[in-house]
Design a protein. Structure first.
Length: 199
């Protein structure tokens, strides 16, 4: 495999992942900077609290799409290695976007797109776990943290290529890093539940 051929697509995947759909939808659809409302996050959960379901769905679709597109580009160029490299780059862009001062989301939207495009069977296993946890506790962050930990385990147990196990570990690790404040609030019992209004 020629790494020189793959590098431009890795860079492109980072910039693609960096597109801050939460900020764009809030600012240019609703005239609201979601970084200054609710949790201050640009992800779909905070957009749902601040702006409602329509904008939140638009943000989720954009975030999932940019993760999936990065993986598909990499796969086309260099197989599983390319998919993993471009997927990780998209996840890094989503978490630390060059377009908004290296801020970003919590990594779940873009991560979902990455896993759906590279390992749909893993996504099928993790999605119900997330849904059940959120339904029972109404903590979106708890479901997100749990599946972030389980992603590489599921990828390994389901026989995914080692590049994809590494991809799942990287995407899950980024999400855990970005959820550090949520984890502290969960432990303290001060985390917002789904359906609670934004401040």
């Amino acid at each position: 495999m020629g790494w020189g051929r793959l590098v431009p697509f890795v860079i492109l995947s980072y910039f693609l992942g960096s597109i801050p759909f939460g900020y764009i939808v809030g600012k240019y659809w609703k005239g609201v900077d979601v970084r200054r409302r609710g949790s201050g996050n640009i992800g779909a959960t905070n957009v749902l609290r601040v702006l409602g379901p329509g904008p939140a769905l638009a943000v989720l679709a954009g975030d999932v799409g940019k993760g999936a597109l990065g993986v598909c580009m990499g796969q086309a160029v260099a197989g599983t290695v390319g998919a993993a490299a471009c997927g990780i780059a998209a996840a890094v862009g989503g978490a630390w976007s060059i377009f908004i001062g290296f801020g970003g989301g919590k990594g779940m939207g873009v991560g979902s797109g990455i896993v759906l495009a590279s390992m749909p069977v893993v996504a099928l296993v993790l999605a119900p776990i997330w849904a059940v946890l959120v339904a029972l506790t109404r903590y979106v962050s708890l479901g997100s943290v749990v599946i972030s930990v389980l992603a590489p385990v599921a990828a390994y147990l389901l026989g995914m290529p080692r590049e994809y196990v590494l991809l799942a570990a990287a995407v899950g690790g980024i999400a855990l890093v970005k959820h550090h404040s949520n984890i502290r609030r969960l432990v303290a019992g001060t985390e917002r539940r789904l359906g609670q209004p934004a401040d």
